[in-house]
Design a protein around this ligand. Structure first.
Ligand code: RIB
Length: 288
C-alpha cells in the first residue's frame, strides 16, 4: 500500500472550555483546561495512522518538544523525520464554547522554521505512488509539493488555515485540494473560481461534503451527531480521506469513511488524542 508522508505542523494545544467565545475586549473564565498534542499536520498524521495507513511525519519541534514526538510515535506515526530546532515548538490557544464551536490562535514557532534540508527526505526515501499531505501551518509547502510531484507522489493539500498567497503557490503542484465552505469562498474571492482539472473536496459541516472532479460531483451527506468539540474535525476528515485514497477506495466509500470519522471526532473533547480509531469508525458506520 502507498505510504503517506505528512509535511506538517506540531503544536501543543492549550484548550479552554468557555461559556462563549470571548468578544473583543472581553475577559472570561474557562470552566476546563487541558493540554494535549495537536497541530493540523499532526492531527492529519494521527487520523491517517488511526485509519490504518503507514504514515511518516516530517516536522520540527523546539528544544522542549520531545514529548510531542514521543506522543506522535505512541499514536502510531513514524517520527524519524521529525527534527529539533532552536525555535520553540508551535502551540495553539483553543477556546471551545458550549456548542462545541471553537476559535484558535496559533503560535507557529518551529513549524515555520523549515529549511530545504528537511525536505531532502522527499527525494531520498519516498516511492512513486506515495501520498504527500500538507496544510498551511508550515513554511515551504509549495517547495515540498513541487519536489513530491517530481518524485511521482500524489499531493493532497488542505488549505487550512486559509492563506490566499500560500494556496496560490501550492495549487500548481497538487492533485487533491481539501477546503471547508469558508475556505472555498475565500479561494474563489482570491482567484475567481475553484481550480479545475484536479479533485476538489469541499466539507460543509452538517450539509455533508462534495467530491468535485472535472467529470462529476459526488455528494456525501453528514452524519448527524451532537457536537461537543469541533476542533480537529477537518483534520480527521483529511487524514481518513488520505488513508482511504491510499487504500484504493472509491471516492464514495472514502468520503463516507472520512465523514464518519469527522462526525465521531466532534463528539469527543480534544484533538490528536481524541481522533477515533478505524474500529470505532467502522462500528459507528455499522450502527447508523
Ligand atoms: O485544526 C485543529 C488544530 O488547529 C489544533 O490542533 C491546533 O493546534 C491548530 O493547529
Amino acid at each position: 500500500m502507498p505510504k503517506i508522508w505528512s509535511f506538517g505542523s506540531i503544536n501543543a494545544d492549550h484548550a479552554y472550555r468557555v461559556p462563549h467565545i470571548p468578544a473583543p475586549g472581553e475577559t472570561i473564565a474557562a470552566r476546563e483546561y487541558s493540554l494535549g498534542l495537536g497541530g493540523k499536520g499532526t492531527n492529519q498524521s494521527v487520523a491517517a495512522a488511526k485509519a490504518g495507513a503507514t504514515v511518516a511525519h516530517i516536522g520540527l519541534i523546539g528544544p522542549e518538544g520531545l514529548w510531542a514526538k514521543q506522543r506522535l510515535a505512541a499514536l502510531g506515526v513514524d517520527t524519524q523525520h521529525i527534527n529539533q530546532s532552536e525555535t520553540p515548538t508551535g502551540h495553539a490557544i483553543i477556546t471551545v464554547d458550549e456548542t462545541g464551536e471553537n476559535a484558535i490562535t496559533i503560535f507557529p514557532g518551529a513549524n515555520r522554521a523549515f529549511t530545504d534540508a528537511q525536505l531532502e527526505v522527499l527525494t531520498s526515501v519516498t516511492a512513486p505512488g506515495d501520498l504527500l499531505i500538507l496544510q498551511n501551518e508550515t513554511n515551504l509547502q509549495a517547495e515540498a509539493a513541487r519536489i513530491a510531484v517530481k518524485q511521482g507522489l500524489i499531493v493532497f493539500y488542505s488549505a487550512a488555515p486559509f492563506s490566499a498567497e500560500a494556496t496560490r503557490d501550492v495549487l500548481p503542484h497538487i492533485s487533491i485540494l481539501l477546503l471547508n465552505e469558508i475556505e472555498a469562498a475565500q479561494l474563489k474571492a482570491a482567484v475567481g473560481a475553484l481550480p479545475s482539472g484536479i479533485t476538489v473536496v469541499v466539507t460543509k459541516g452538517s450539509d455533508g461534503a462534495d467530491w468535485i472532479t472535472p467529470d462529476q460531483t459526488l455528494h456525501c451527506p453528514a452524519f448527524p451527531v451532537k457536537p461537543v468539540d469541533t476542533t480537529g474535525a477537518g483534520d480527521t476528515f483529511a487524514g481518513y480521506l488520505a488513508a482511504a485514497i491510499a487504500e484504493g477506495q472509491a471516492p464514495e466509500a472514502a468520503m463516507r469513511l472520512a465523514s464518519a470519522a469527522a462526525a465521531l471526532k466532534v463528539t469527543l473533547k480534544g484533538t490528536a488524542d481524541a481522533i477515533p480509531s478505524r474500529a470505532e469508525v467502522e462500528a459507528f458506520l455499522a450502527r447508523v
